[in-house]
Unconditional design. Structure first.
Length: 276
């Protein structure tokens, strides 16, 4: 039986300002992509304001990419009239997402408090992997905290994204982030990248999830594959183009006039080949 995954979480006002919410969305996206790359195909969207809607939008965005076109998204609604309590702007976005989902699971046919309890039970028992964006210490009685505790009772895999520790996390300018970003930008899977540079899929996954550190030779291979500088790959500069090594400049300065002319001829020949 195929495993399932859902992303649940607090309302936006409990998560922080707009900048923090944007960072949370990035973390959610990274985690959802990780699950998809690990073989998860069936995703559920807890269509609540904030995290639930963001997760659905992320999955739909991924489904537009060839490597994730097979993903299946099911929206969970408490009852048919759930959208009526939303502001018009939120309701329109909500309904737009619902139309794009592959399936809609209705907990109850009419509004009732029982629906909330049934939803907790479904998430706790029916979903294999729960990604929870929450601070259960600050909001121990929140719906999300209760859903997490219910999932813990059934020994489900729970991945916590704590909005209050984002400042302590690595900035998105380090090697794991850059490797993942460049790979996705090139629309290449971990397996394809591994085969291209002679690695196993396992090591690329370890690099991206900070479970292994690359050696210098590995950094050079990856930088050459993506046609960027090593400094850019490890997040030391925003300049992506490979920079001519200082050693090469020093060696050039030591060349004779005839040797320098030969180098210039080679460079000119390469430039001509790249010209349209």
């Amino acid at each position: 039986m195929k495993k399932t995954c859902i992303c649940i979480g607090h309302e936006p006002e409990k998560l922080g300002d707009a900048n923090k919410c944007d960072e949370i969305k990035k973390l959610m996206r990274n985690e959802l992509i990780k699950q998809a790359e690990n073989g998860i195909e069936l995703f559920y969207a807890d269509m609540s304001r904030g995290v639930g809607l963001w997760a659905a939008q992320i999955i739909l965005d991924l489904k537009a990419r060839p490597e994730f076109a097979h993903l299946y998204l099911t929206a969970i609604l408490l009852y048919p009239e759930q959208t009526k309590s939303l502001l018009e702007k939120d309701r329109l976005e909500f309904e737009k997402v619902l139309l794009m989902c592959d399936e809609i699971k209705m907990i109850m046919r009419e509004k009732t408090n029982i629906a909330f309890g049934l939803k907790k039970g479904f998430i706790g028992q029916g979903i294999d992997i729960i990604i929870a964006v929450c601070d259960n210490h600050a909001y121990p009685l929140s719906t999300t905290a209760q859903e997490v505790r219910r999932a813990e009772e059934f020994k489900k895999e729970i991945i916590i994204i704590d909005p209050h520790v984002i400042e302590d996390m690595q900035e998105p300018s380090d090697f794991p982030y850059m490797l993942r970003t460049l790979r996705r930008r090139a629309e290449v899977s971990q397996t394809a990248l591994s085969e291209a540079i002679g690695y196993s899929k396992n090591i690329i996954e370890k690099y991206e999830n900070q479970r292994a550190e690359p050696c210098v030779n590995d950094l050079i291979k990856l930088a050459e594959y993506f046609e960027v500088s090593v400094d850019y790959l490890i997040g030391s500069t925003q300049i992506s183009e490979p920079i001519v090594p200082t050693q090469l400049k020093i060696d050039y300065d030591r060349l004779s006039s005839k040797e320098k002319a030969a180098v210039k001829l080679i460079i000119s020949s390469i430039a001509d080949k790249k010209s349209p």
